[in-house]
Write a protein that binds this ligand. Sequence first.
Ligand code: ARG
Length: 445
Amino acid sequence: MAEHLWDKGNTTNEDIVRFTVGRDIELDLYLAKHDVLGSMAHITMLESIGLIGKEELPVLLAELKKIYEIADKGEFVIEEGVEDVHSQVELMLTRKLGDLGKKIHSGRSRNDQVLLDMKLYARTEIQEIVYLCKKLFDVLISQSNKYKNVLMPGYTHLQIAMPSSFGLWFGAYAESLVDDMELLLAAYHITNRNPLGSAAGYGSSFPLNRQMTTDLLGFDSMDYNVVYAQMGRGKMEKTVAMAIAGIAATIGKLAFDSCMFTNQNFDFMKLPVECTTGSSIMPHKKNPDVFELTRAKCNQLQSVPQQIMMIMSNLPVGYFRDLQQVKEIFIPAIQQLKDCLKMTIYIMDKVKINEHILDDPKYDFIFSVEEVNRLATEGMPFRDAYKKVGIDIEKGNFKPNKNIHHTHEGSIGNLCNDRISALMDKTIGDFDFGKVETAIKNLLK
Ligand code: ARG
């Protein structure tokens, strides 16, 4: 028979319990470390306002630290019959310390506990996502620099258009990640505010010191209004999901380009054989499944904000169990994004570039504008030059000059990769992860 934190002697039907617990048993494992950290900050504060004894605090903290270490090693389990991570931590504590363990929940509700856990979880995951995006950024910039002189066709309408380069192509995706980090930074600022102390969503009559838990957990500030703090459940996840959707859009597009460019008719890029998969019937196949799955997963990730909004959109003020469903969407999405990022980093570092694409005369016309510009530089009005080159092309008299000179900022001859890198460094610096790391280290001391 299951036992719950809220047991008062009545029994709840087992099917109702199974239905209401949902996937918490599995997903709350991601929250275990954060739940313990939240409890450590909360009881440190409770001691300061006299709700936990001076001699009791170190005993509780030491026990919580042990649980943290278990969670850190990935060995935390939610036992059969236990409802969620919050119940499991309290159970472990009371099993060890008896009545003392039962003291930690004063001035708190599972509503602000799970709010806090999700914020701490999201904060940690954002840090990892930033790290992975920076790694991908570095790979892309290094490929861009390496292949800055290798030309490729640029397309409009997927028709050959103008000369482009691998320097531009790789660098474009690097710069896209810079803007994605700006959006993630905004989401991080919203994440990095402390909801603890809002309790069930209406505060507490205990004189809680919310500034103290805010500082102990390394938050930038608190979510002040306790009703608003509770409204942040789902809102934070949606905001982070929007930033994730931005990153997913970038790498999804990169994946699609890469599928296309490794196609034999394009023949722009090759994947080393260890990055491809085979066919059960066609012995020659070396398929770019990694790019295809990345594309599909990134498309799925772009639907995550909508999925969260569908849960949230018709809820009035206050806590509802509906919010539990947000975890089922948000946590797997974070894991999926990190997986896609890791694969993209691995594979973009290994792609082999065809350095002679433009030797093929089928691309000659991409140099038409170069010729128009040359004539215009010599004094012919642009419109006349355009017409002359157009007629030459029609009559089969066009001879491309493949030596091109693009000099302005962001063009083939002047990629500005150093300036793009400076933008990235500035944005990443603004996350200020160091402050959070120091706070958590102190809390665990
Ligand atoms: N698993 C619950 C959730 O995610 C925890 C909070 C439970 N609170 C409650 N009032 N039933 O929302």
